[in-house]
Write a protein that binds this ligand. Structure first.
Ligand SMILES: Cc1ncc(COP(=O)(O)O)c(C=O)c1O
Length: 501
């Protein structure tokens, strides 16, 4: 009798969702959690302090013997790998982390994500994960409901970079349907233009490039003193388009990365409608703030968008990926429609076996709806709102403290949970010197304290941007006194940078 083909039989290599495998999963999960707990306790700082290359040294030591040894090292190797990994992570629960839109993860979300992994579901073909498919459909409806619209469609994506791409792809398809024969004599070849605020996320430009429109198809629209797109200026830009150009899409940002500012969405919806342009809202950051009644008012008009990008791995506290591209009119998804025998044969679909393949550019895709739905049901709208409000409060508290501090200048009042400010040296210097000091503060904090704050290069009329610092509050459990300590940390680092000259 020939022996088994696969010889590495061990607890670790049993099939996770099998009876035997689940026992292994349980044992391994408990051990992994303990290892993470120990690793987190051993950590002294949020980021590994010191030079960045030190992390590579730790990882290299853990990987001694190579990633793909000729003979498997067995399960005892795994805790060691996890130890090295945890030693080099950023601790998103730490008091000294306020740099990015990278939220700490809720326990329920982490475990639901794990459950999706254990069961190995995919949502492309019906038979790959029927309940994940149904959950995703229901979740999309619930998210539209949150935004104030019913009857919309959409799909979960790896993040808003991809959501923005997908939305602009559909905008392009829609515009070519409407524009191609409008002069009645044949296809016109007008160049599509996308209008977005100067502060729109770079992924808008990159999407335009990927779509073959060229990154310069995105026309930056000036902003007001509160960093919101000027609707009048957008109208002027449209009026100024050349004869062979047309406004394919207007992109409003609901929560800019740099300032958390929310564009006047209602006005932009009107403008888009009056030019038959697609209206896309990039609510990657801000969308989830709509759980809070306190914040909702800022988003009026989002319900009129043709498409919306919304992340729940920012505010939402999910492990990435947890993002949605929402489509107002299900018919506009038709360009993504396709059938292939190996995934979604048309006759199967007609018999009700419908997966999510024809709604996205991906094929295999995790059942990410599970973790989001689990979180929303466990916390409810009020629980989510409480977490959102806690982040908003932290930003207000930080802004108050910064305003009162002689060595700091508040650059923008918080609109969501972002606060932008600048360290002011004792010896007043030229702007580029102050910029250098502020840039230095960020690196010094990472190197010496293992803490992190964000950076914003604020445009100025001189053309020379001012380097500023930014707190991004996405940890709702941070205390107000921790915020005060963070401010002290920044000021101390600023003094040290200044002393260094
Ligand atoms: C406004 C905005 N849009 C898009 C993105 C990209 O989102 P993701 O990282 O989920 O791809 C970000 C990321 O921070 C963002 O702030």
């Amino acid at each position: 009798m020939p022996g088994p083909m696969f010889s590495a039989r061990s607890e670790e290599s049993s099939l996770a969702a099998s009876d035997v495998g689940l026992t292994a999963v349980s044992d391994l999960a408990v051990a992994a959690v303990e290892q993470i707990r120990k690793g987190m306790r051993d950590r002294e700082t949020a980021l590994p302090a010191g030079r960045p290359g030190q992390v590579d040294d730790v990882v290299a030591a853990v990987l001694a013997g190579g990633i793909l040894p000729d003979r498997g090292r067995g399960g005892r190797d795994w805790p060691e790998l996890l130890r090295g990994f945890v030693a080099g992570i950023v601790d998103l629960t730490a008091d000294t982390v306020a740099a990015n839109l990278q939220a700490p993860v809720l326990a329920i979300a982490a475990v639901a994500d794990f459950a999706a992994g254990v069961t190995g579901q995919s949502v492309d073909a019906w038979e790959s994960g029927p309940s994940g498919i149904a959950l995703e459909r229901e979740l999309i409806a619930a998210l539209w409901n949150l935004l104030g619209h019913s009857g919309g469609d959409g799909v979960l994506t790896p993040g808003s970079t991809q959501s923005n791409l997908l939305a602009l792809l559909l905008a392009r398809e829609q515009s070519s349907l409407g524009a191609s024969f409008e002069n009645g004599i044949g296809p016109t070849r007008r160049r599509p233009r996308i209008l977005a605020s100067e502060l729109a996320h770079l992924s808008i430009q990159r999407a335009a490039g990927v779509l073959g429109l060229g990154q310069d198809a995105v026309i930056p629209v000036p902003i007001d003193a509160e960093n919101r797109m000027l609707v009048g200026a957008a109208a002027d830009r449209i009026a100024g388009l050349a004869e062979d150009e047309f406004p394919m899409a207007l992109v409003g940002t609901a929560g800019t990365t740099d300032f958390g500012s929310v564009d006047p969405l209602d006005g932009l919806a009107d403008l888009a409608r009056s030019h038959s342009a697609w209206f896309h809202v990039d609510a990657a950051y801000g969308g989830a703030a709509m759980f809070s009644d306190r914040a909702r008012g800022r988003f009026r008009g989002i319900e009129r968008a043709d498409s919306v990008s919304l992340d729940l791995h920012k505010l939402g506290w999910q492990p990435a990926p947890a993002a949605a591209m929402l489509l107002r009119d299900p018919a506009t998804a038709i360009p993504l429609d396709c059938n292939v025998a190996c995934v979604n044969p048309r006759d199967d679909e007609q018999a009700g076996y419908v997966g999510r393949f024809a709604r996205t550019l991906q094929t295999t895709r995790r059942a990410d709806a599970l973790k989001i739905v689990a979180t929303l049901r466990v916390l409810g709208r009020d629980g989510m709102a409480e977490l959102v409000d806690a982040c908003l409060d932290l930003a207000v508290h930080a802004a108050d403290r910064i305003s009162a501090h002689p060595r700091l200048r508040l650059v923008s009042e918080p609109q969501l949970s972002v606060v932008v400010f600048r360290y002011l040296p004792v010896a007043d210097g030229e702007s580029h010197v102050i910029s250098r000091i502020n840039a230095g503060i960020r690196r010094r904090l990472m190197r010496e304290t293992g803490g992190s704050v964000g950076r914003v290069d604020v445009a100025t009329p001189s053309g020379l941007p001012e380097v500023c610092l930014k707190f991004t509050f996405v940890n709702p459990y941070l205390s107000q006194s921790a915020v005060e300590d963070l401010i002290d940390m920044v000021v101390q680092a600023g003094s040290a940078e200044e002393a260094q000259g």
